[in-house]
Ligand binder design. Structure first.
Ligand code: PRP
Length: 198
């Protein structure tokens, strides 16, 4: 009983239309992916690199479940306009570590058109890693415009706007513990939040 108020402390925001992957589904899938990755990378001392901001939560949970110790590194990029079809990105925070000769596993929250990753992978390959592989929690192949070889996929998703577990709407809702579709009425509000959320 002591904990009940804590559990109920946060209510589901009005922006949430439908929970698509709840905490249990996500943690089960993250554990499965971590087992696969642990098996594939055993003895290779991989470098795990999360792409900020979206992949922060997924990266944290994934490395916790790996069978070997890993200190994740992070890269932050800025896209030159969402309408751009080039996928050109600017690195605004680079990886701390040199990836030359390392086995690099890039972690994403979602791959849509693939343009961002396609561009980023090309930049990173110029640094001569021993290998470079991609793991994404969500894969939306319907929107794919550029080829990206993805080794590990958590879930395939369709073309609905998703929030939670790292995914945002105008920087909101990344902290939700689940992945959900979003109410379109909320998207039309200037702040993206309905008043009852606050
Ligand atoms: C999202 C996601 C990928 C990118 C995928 O990032 O994290 O990096 O979009 O899109 P694409 O496959 O169409 O290129 P976003 O720009 O929303 O930034 P964020 O990670 O900070 O949320």
């Amino acid at each position: 009983m002591i904990f009940s108020s804590r559990i109920n402390r946060r209510s589901i925001p009005a922006a949430v239309k439908k929970v698509v992957f709840d905490e249990m589904a996500i943690s089960t899938r993250v554990e499965e992916l971590a087992s696969e990755i642990s098996r594939d990378y055993r003895g290779r001392d991989p470098m795990v690199a999360g792409i900020l901001q979206g992949a922060l939560v997924f990266t944290r949970d994934l490395v916790k479940n790996l069978s070997f110790p890993v200190s994740p590194d992070f890269i932050r990029i800025s896209r030159y306009g969402r309408q751009s079809r080039t996928g050109e990105v600017e690195i605004v925070k680079d990886l701390q570590e040199d990836i030359k000769g390392r086995h690099v596993l890039l972690i994403e929250d979602i791959v849509d058109t693939g343009l961002t990753l396609n561009y980023l992978v090309r930049i990173l390959l110029e640094r001569n890693p021993a290998s470079l592989a991609i793991c994404t929690l969500l894969d939306r192949t319907e929107l794919r415009l550029a080829e990206v070889p993805i080794e590990y996929v958590g879930f395939n998703v369709n073309d609905e706007f998703l929030i939670g577990y790292g995914l945002d709407y105008r920087e909101y809702y990344r902290d939700l513990p689940f992945v959900a579709t979003m109410n379109l009425e909320v998207m039309e509000q200037p702040t993206g939040r309905l008043t009852e959320d606050s």
